[in-house]
Design a protein around this ligand. Structure first.
Ligand SMILES: Cc1cc2nc3c(=O)[nH]c(=O)nc-3n(C[C@H](O)[C@H](O)[C@H](O)COP(=O)(O)O)c2cc1C
Length: 355
């Protein structure tokens, strides 16, 4: 089942494993560095059917750290174009970019320097959010986004998406999960605004819908448009599955081609249990059963081939967005199982290593 091909709109994927977006905090002024060439170079030949580049900021304030990838200038576009040409010559698989704005998560230290720590005031920048609520006690207060700020953010997503298409990406994934800015609007835990962007589910999802509508106009039917979303905040008063079922329907009606179901992330501590294999499978199945045509993926501990096969066979989801297993071993898809059909996927240059 893993090797059963699937189409996202007109784009054919050779199998059901996608490299999940993973921040590398290794960019130079927002541009991909040698690290990205090496890292992504090994991932395009990993056996996955497509790769999604890490969360990439649509403007300078939207970065998490100073080492995030960015796509808001002509120069950034040129750098990504060069990177894509390099990757496609190694193996021509679909390459997507994840566009994001970190909101109040921004102005952070790089996690391996100091995890969950804001930059010192003199080194950082003013962040923005749906409301002036801090991420955590020791974090600075973000600016409450005005309608003018919101318009600019929507515009920045659109500008970035245009650059992404010109750079040659096959698809764009909008990051609406993991406590990023759009999630800070979607979640009632953070968004207690009293204007047209806060309150009811419709109002909380307005920013997400406006960004999606804009990007769909830009992507048309040519470039794939996907969304990574938080289907539940794993908190009593947070986003719940009923809201998410509605939200996915809204995204489907706007022409979004796939969603990747994630969860949690609006606060540092939630009730999310991350140790169980495929810990978002049941949640994702509920959404898949309720959608008509859209491709549904999920993420979270799916790096066991037999387990993954079973879940795919039983229609829990269509695509597996796999992260950490690829960091541990970019060749894990070839080494788990030595069936002839899997060996056929090994790059020819490496076949003798599997004799
Ligand atoms: C180092 C690292 C960086 C990550 N960065 C991102 C990111 O940029 N965007 C995102 O949506 N998720 C990010 N994630 C989450 C992964 O994409 C993935 O959903 C998560 O790790 C669960 O899948 P796994 O169990 O296969 O690792 C990151 C995870 C890791 C380990």
């Amino acid at each position: 089942m893993i090797y059963k091909s699937i189409k996202i709109n007109k784009l054919k994927l050779e199998n059901r494993v996608v490299v999940s977006p993973m921040c590398q905090y290794s960019a130079i002024n927002g541009h991909p560095s040698n690290w990205h060439y090496k890292h992504l170079g090994s991932l395009v030949k990993s056996g996955a059917s497509m790769i999604i580049l890490e969360s990439t900021a649509v403007n300078k304030e939207g970065r998490i750290t100073k080492k995030d990838l960015c796509l808001y200038s002509e120069e950034h576009k040129k750098s990504f174009k060069k990177l894509i040409l390099f990757l496609k010559l190694i193996k021509n698989i679909p390459i997507f970019i994840q566009l994001s704005h970190a909101g109040r998560k921004g102005s952070s230290e790089i996690p391996w320097v100091k995890s969950n720590t804001p930059l010192k005031k003199k080194d950082g920048w003013q962040t923005i959010s749906s409301l002036g609520i801090k991420k955590d006690l020791k974090w600075p207060r973000p600016k409450h986004a005005t309608e003018k700020d919101i318009k600019k953010i929507i515009n920045d997503f659109a500008k970035s998406a245009k650059f992404a298409i010109l750079a040659g990406f096959d698809g764009i994934e909008i990051h609406m999960a993991h406590g990023y800015l759009i999630h800070q609007f979607l979640s009632p835990v953070v968004n207690k605004r009293k204007d047209s962007y806060g309150g009811s589910f419709e109002k909380r999802s307005l920013l997400a819908i406006q960004i999606t509508k804009n990007l769909k106009k830009i992507c048309k039917n040519k470039t794939i448009l996907g969304v990574r979303m938080t289907a539940t905040d794993h908190l009593k008063k947070g986003i719940n599955i009923n809201e998410s079922l509605r939200f996915v329907k809204d995204l489907e009606s706007l022409g979004v081609n796939y969603v990747c179901i994630s969860s949690g992330g609006i606060k540092t501590k939630t009730n999310l249990k991350m140790k169980i294999k495929g810990f978002r499978s049941n949640l994702t199945k509920k959404i898949k059963l309720n959608t008509r045509k859209m491709v549904i993926g999920t993420t979270g501990k799916l790096g066991d081939i037999n387990f993954l096969n079973k879940k795919l066979k039983n229609n829990f989801f269509d695509l597996a967005f796999v992260g950490r297993p690829f960091l541990k071993n970019p060749n894990w898809m070839f080494t788990k199982d030595k069936k002839i059909e899997d060996l056929k996927k090994v790059p020819k240059q490496y076949l003798r290593g599997h004799e």
